[in-house]
Design a protein around this ligand. Sequence first.
Ligand code: CA
Length: 545
Amino acid sequence: MSDNIINNSEIGRREFLKVCGGVAAGLMAAPCSNNISAAGSKKSRRPNILFIFSDDHSNNTISAYGSRVNKTSNIDRIAEEGAIFTNSFCTNSICQPSRASILTGKHSHRNGVTHNGAPWNGQQMVFTRLLEKEGYQTALLGKWHMRPEPTDEFGYWKVLSGYGGQGRYHDPIFSSAKGSETVEGYSTDVITDMAIDWMDNERDPGKPFMLFTQYKSPHVPRRPAVRHLDLFKDVEVPEPPTLYDDYSTRQPYASEAWMHISGLNEEVANIFPPKDSGVPLDQKQAEWLGRLSREDREKYHEAYDEQNAEYYEMKKSGKLDDRDAQTKYFYQRFIKDYLRCVTAVDENVGRLLDYLDEKGLAEDTVVVYSSDQSYYVGEHGWAEKRWMYEESLQMPFVVRWPKVIEPGKKIHKLIQNMDYAPTFLEMAGAEIPEEMQGSSLLPLLSGDPQKVDWRDAIYYHYYQHGAHNVPRHDGVRTYRFKLIHFYTDDTYEMYNLKDDPYEVKNIYGTPENKRIQQTLLKKLQQLRKEYKVPQSDFKAPYVCG
Ligand code: CA
């Protein structure tokens, strides 16, 4: 962010900037053929696109984004051999809406998926169908999560089913046009196997492809692969600076949210009675542990029994009665399982990259790694998403395209998941529909980002009022400032991201920031109008669990 901070006085004065000589960024983007000299303009040179996507993967657990707690060599490799976007964000920080924005290139209120559980209208415009029309083969393997299941959005699909579309970690069940099947193995490995098999055997090698490889991991409940159960075992993982946030300068919502790590559910934290304790498993524990093979169940007991016995003892003796003590304890339990799941994701990203190398496909294949949103891995005391605060507003986005992107490129422009659809269309040389609200990232990837006119602010809108006790809110983020409107009570928060990168000092209403506050309020109104957010969205908040 640091080298791209815009002057306060610029905010508001600058209109939405122009992309490719005249198209309003953020509203639509026309094909920019002058910016794709190396690729995209000729159909014979159109790239394959491998989109690798996970669920709830925090930027702070990716070493390319500066993780203090783990190393992700394979995801980093994509960034090192291609580009990393340092200001990459979602439109609405929750699973289904993020996926819908990616497919449609639009904000939630325009594609209908405003919250988890909102029905997916598969007949609306999605970029994959447009790619198919251009002669691409498209496939989605892994986590789909939307309801209903795909119809003809992809040429081929096989998606995780069960558990509300979340799928499970061990021996996952998949659904496809042909029916349902259970596949033995660990879900992250199995989905990669399917992706490799599709590239090897299912597709027509004479056509370019767009393949979505979408992991469930590291989404809750986190069950690591047995080969990773001992990772980080004897390590004290560093705590994030805001783990014990007291929320003192904020509106009351953050302190009242139901996502604090101190209240982590025992079942979610892989806490269960040790094998020789004589204590029977409860129903949930029996359900998931019972599904493991005898051998894997033994390994889970070997890995967790000692620490679980210690946990029950601490609980009994009152050592975990204090909230800070709970936070400290559960943070370690949580983060270690989370990182174990991330390790499997990173290994499988490596398998896919190796496959492309072995088959001579790497040069002609765009590889993206992203996740539906980032996640609080202890920041502000939380283990969740939803808020417009940085950790869940972000999305990891690294991309490699050897023929077009200079290795090691760092791009600081403000991007959102609604930009992916126009990007992939432009990479394929296809026309970008006017109704898309995102802008193609290709000019940023292929040229000097500083010379590309681009948006100076992003718009965010979270709708799922009441889930985890988080209220609906929308807001605007520039390079330096953020304004959040909790409109159900008409209250605001504002942050200076340069002076206060952890967002612990709400400056809304402070006299010294009055001018920038007015500018941001105006910008928020402007973006609502430009993105055509209906007035009714602000008047009738629904409550859902
Ligand atoms: Ca998610």
